[in-house]
Design a protein around this ligand. Sequence first.
Ligand code: SF4
Ligand code: SF4
Length: 72
Amino acid sequence: MASIVEISSEKCTGCGVCVIKCPTQAVALVDGKAVIVRSKACNYCTECETLCDFGAIRCPFEIILVEPEVGK
Ligand code: SF4
Ligand code: SF4
């Protein structure tokens, strides 16, 4: 998957909630900050973004606009 979870090391408090809740163990604490350590394991479930109280972790989606097909 091309998309990747973004973590702000400035906002991250190292609370560890995302590490505990990540279903694929893709995120871990390194030097007290959340880091994606297994990006291939991440299934982009967005659980970490939902659970982080500090807005430190984001799962941005690429939005592709598709022109509606006329006449269908
Ligand atoms: S839940 Fe948020 S603040 Fe806590 S470790 Fe994860 S990214 Fe950092
Ligand atoms: S999006 Fe899901 S699988 Fe990926 S790091 Fe966050 S909680 Fe883990």
